[in-house]
Design a protein around this ligand. Structure first.
Ligand code: SR1
Ligand code: MG
Length: 429
């Protein structure tokens, strides 16, 4: 890692990036050939940063640089460069806890808010694959290993209290990124906000109903408080299918710039929400009835596997690797203690399930009524079809957020999704 004075930050466009990389011998060797011959392409399609792919005679690298503002909106929305520091820190920890499931780090410059990583090739952004109807057989196993290990080993179940509090402090400065989530996910979709948008006019009525739905406002406010005030574990913080790169045999989690100590269910819920949105969007992408049935069945199987495998792996870790200060061993001795502790583990997972479903619902509603939408729905060209898919997703989301008690198992969720697959909502126009 390198860094110099804070005032030395500058945005590196192609020529400046070439010169910068040419001064780093390890990267020059990795790329091969003359710097003048390197092919440099800006490929960032996210909402915040610049991302370059650099290819030389021998190999390639990916370079990510934070901009001092939100790329999606422009310079009118400043954003601290320090997010690159938190992303680097999170990637470093994730690489240790879940080896092989994040890109290798090659270089980091704090001042330039710039990180160089291995080029993931031929991986693609998972969301793009899901829109195309591609199945990813390794995904459930990989993402549940990533989540179970990262969430367990950064929690009070695994590490002593002092270490945990130091770790919370190390990420506490990432509050500007948390604030984005607090506003865009937990507040704006439920009120009039300048940056909101939805598939109008078809969803005008649904949008208005969300703004008047006090049960929903209570539920989203409880979730917002949980997000703000529950430093359970180091969470990725933006674990949607645009933050995951895949091939059919590999999974890599990228982009943890929203990382901080927050509620575990926020990450697990993000994964489930994005799978469920892919499921509901699928009807809008089919060219003939039933064309994507196999894909859709796989998505729902994957929703079930993600929760079930995450639970299994997390509980296995808790049973075999607990060395934190929570649940002191001395309070659960003998046969009676072991039985009671196991029951408590099951109760813990049930609470986490309810949190997960609430956060999944919040993640869904924000993509349909808030600022940042996703291509699962956006690429459905016919706005009426898009609105139908979106309304189905919102119906499930409202149910899981407000009537959480009706969803005791993940099969309850996939069952409800299946029933909504062909439900015809009443649209505004
Ligand atoms: C203004 S940033 C909008 C969204 O992009 C990121 O991927 C996060 O999801 C954030 O909420
Ligand atoms: Mg991102």
């Amino acid at each position: 890692m390198t860094g110099s004075r804070a005032g030395d930050y500058r945005i590196l466009h192609e020529a400046a990036l070439r010169d910068y990389l040419a001064g780093l011998p390890d990267l020059v060797a990795q790329l091969g050939g003359e710097p003048a011959a390197w092919a440099i392409t800006e490929v960032g399609d996210g909402n915040l940063n610049l991302v370059f792919i650099v290819k030389g005679a021998r190999g390639g690298i990916a370079v990510k640089q934070a901009l001092p503002y939100v790329r999606l909106v422009g310079e009118s929305w400043p954003l601290p460069l320090s997010r690159a520091h938190y992303e680097y820190l999170a990637l470093t920890r994730q690489a240790k806890l879940a080896p092989g499931l994040v890109p290798a780090l090659l270089h980091h410059n704090e001042t330039l808010a710039l990180t160089v990583m291995e080029l993931l090739e031929p991986h693609i952004i998972m969301r793009k694959g899901l829109v195309a109807g591609i199945r990813y057989p390794r995904f459930a196993d990989d993402i549940t290993t990533f989540m179970a290990r990262n969430l367990f080993f950064t929690s009070d179940l695994a590490i002593p209290a002092a270490e945990k509090k130091e770790a919370i402090a190390a990420f506490a400065g990432n509050h500007a990124l948390c604030k984005i989530t607090e506003d865009l996910i937990f507040t704006d979709p439920y009120r009039i906000a300048e940056q909101n948008r939805w598939t109008a006019p078809h969803l005008d009525g649904l949008s208005a109903s969300l703004r008047e739905d006090m049960e929903l406002h209570v539920a989203i406010s409880r979730l917002k408080l949980k997000f703000m005030a529950s430093p359970e574990a180091l969470i990725h913080g933006d674990l949607h299918t645009g933050s995951i790169m895949v091939t059919e045999s590999q999974t890599r989690v990228i982009d943890p710039e929203f990382a901080f100590y927050g509620p575990m269910g926020f990450d697990v819920g993000a994964v489930l929400a994005n799978l469920l949105m892919a499921y509901f969007a699928s009807a809008g992408h089919e060219r003939g009835s039933g064309e994507r049935a196999v894909f859709e069945a796989w998505v729902l199987e994957t929703v079930e596997s993600v929760w079930n495998e995450f639970t299994r792996k997390f509980l296995d870790l808790w049973r075999s690797e607990a060395s934190g200060d929570a649940y002191p061993v001395s309070l659960f001795t003998g046969e009676k203690g072991a039985v009671r502790l196991e029951a408590e583990r099951q109760a813990y997972m049930q609470r986490l399930f309810t949190d997960t479903l609430g956060f999944a619902a919040a993640k869904t509603i924000r993509r349909i009524f808030g600022l940042a939408h996703n291509i699962d729905f956006e690429l459905i060209e016919d706005p009426k079809k898009r609105a139908v898919s979106e309304a189905r997703a919102v119906r499930l989301a409202r149910g899981t957020m407000v009537e959480a008690a009706a969803f005791r198992t993940i099969a309850d969720v996939t069952g409800a999704a299946r029933k909504l697959r062909d439900w015809q909502p009443e649209l505004s126009a």
